[in-house]
Write a protein that binds this ligand. Structure first.
Ligand SMILES: Cc1cc2nc3c(=O)[nH]c(=O)nc-3n(C[C@H](O)[C@H](O)[C@H](O)COP(=O)(O)OP(=O)(O)OC[C@H]3O[C@@H](n4cnc5c(N)ncnc54)[C@H](O)[C@@H]3O)c2cc1C
Length: 360
């Protein structure tokens, strides 16, 4: 098989929020690349789309939130210029307190604490929902229209001959000292951005990445406001035209990635308790979050094959973390920038790579 004369710099495998972030940085840097992805609805397109720096359950800042959050806001805003529309929506999250203790915890955060700048100081009454302990707003939280962004950006890349819509076949990847060949094309580097599908990736399936299944109900509810995100125990996220997403669930023991009857029942019960108005379930969606053993993302080079890289394990915060980590990984390959210690793939090499001998 002949390799095309022109070798591109990068091949990105996968086009969830990680693949998309890698592609946008490479595009901005005028670096040559192709993306190959099957565009099946996985974690990114099923996700709630929340860009939220605060973990509301424990009232803590998410890991590296200050750095990642504002970088991500600029990153998603930058698509407006490229694609002609905005994918970042200013829809604040309203934390609905379930007890007076929860309410006190919110309002007793010391001024000096970094989380404080994200917590509004007004106590708010919301209509048509169970709000007896009232609520307060997360400042600077956004909703990203990620499914539409994935679709529009992939169409843009298809239009500029940088996107191959197909399954990536690992057996067709040929590694040599000078380059990597995939079918008839040559590349200098391959970055796998394959999310939970990494379990089928013979190069990186040694990594301790576990799935966590999440499900949402899609409900029609014309009596609730579409301009805010409600957060009692779960999120109620406006989708437009009277529709909302309600969820998500977290399930570590699962047998498949399909919507389940038990999640439907439990979510339905919770939503009935939360709102006094009528709603109708119109759909249910589910996907698997890729999470690591230490719950931090994983980024970097394959221990044996220097042209192969991974960026994965975004857990439940991929929308916030992926843009910055994608930039860091690309810069590490192009300019030797250091990969952030806590996320470096090499933290798993000694224990996991050696103990899983494989052809690769
Ligand atoms: C229900 C749910 C709700 C969530 N809500 C939020 C939220 O509100 N905010 C937030 O920040 N995070 C949220 N998350 C987490 C977030 O979705 C993930 O962290 C993130 O989407 C992971 O992105 P990824 O690109 O690594 O993986 P994925 O989104 O899974 O993308 C991987 C892509 O690679 C493709 N692919 C894989 N293997 C191959 C192959 N061999 N050939 C071709 N294509 C391939 C897949 O088809 C897929 O398109 C949620 C997750 C779930 C499940």
């Amino acid at each position: 098989m002949q390799v095309e004369d022109t070798k591109k710099d990068f091949l990105i495998v996968g086009f969830g929020v990680v693949g998309l972030s890698l592609a946008k940085h490479l595009l901005d840097q005028n670096t040559s690349f192709d993306v190959i992805a099957n565009l099946k609805p996985r974690a990114s397109s099923v996700s709630g789309g929340l860009l939220n720096p605060v973990s509301l359950k424990r009232l803590k800042l998410a890991w590296n939130a200050d750095l990642f959050h504002f970088y991500a806001v600029d990153f998603y805003s930058s698509f407006t210029q490229l694609l002609g529309q905005s994918y970042l929506q200013d829809k604040p999250i309203y934390r609905i307190f379930s007890s007076i203790e929860e309410q006190n915890l919110w309002f007793s955060q010391p001024e000096s604490k970094p989380i404080n700048k994200y917590l509004s100081s007004d106590l708010i009454d919301l209509a048509k929902v169970d709000n007896k302990f009232r609520s307060a707003k997360v400042i600077d939280s956004y909703l990203i229209r990620l499914r539409e962004l994935i679709s529009d950006f992939s169409n843009y890349l298809i239009g500029s001959s940088r996107f191959i819509q197909a399954n990536f076949n690992y057996a067709d990847l040929h590694l040599s000292d000078s380059c990597v060949k995939y079918n008839s094309r040559g590349y200098k580097h391959v970055i796998f951005a394959d999310g939970y599908q990494v379990i089928n990736n013979p190069f990186f399936n040694y990594l301790p990445i576990y799935g966590n299944k999440g499900e949402y109900l899609i409900v029609r509810c014309t009596d609730l406001s579409q301009d805010k995100i409600y957060k009692p125990s779960k999120f109620l996220i406006p989708l437009g035209q009277g529709l909302f997403k309600f969820g998500a669930t977290y399930e570590r023991d699962f047998t498949d990635d399909l919507p389940s009857a038990s999640a439907r029942l439990n979510l339905n019960k919770e939503l009935e308790k939360f709102t006094t108005v009528d709603f109708e379930i119109v759909d249910q969606v589910s996907a698997i979050r890729p999470t690591s053993k230490d719950r931090l993302p994983i980024s970097g080079q394959h221990p044996k094959h220097s042209s192969l890289f991974t960026l994965n394990a975004m857990g439940s915060r991929g929308i916030m973390s992926a843009p910055h980590l994608a930039k860091n990984l690309i810069n590490s390959i192009k300019t030797n920038e250091t990969i952030m210690d806590q996320v470096n793939v090499n933290r798993f090499t000694r224990k996991h790579f050696k103990s899983s001998p494989s052809l690769y």
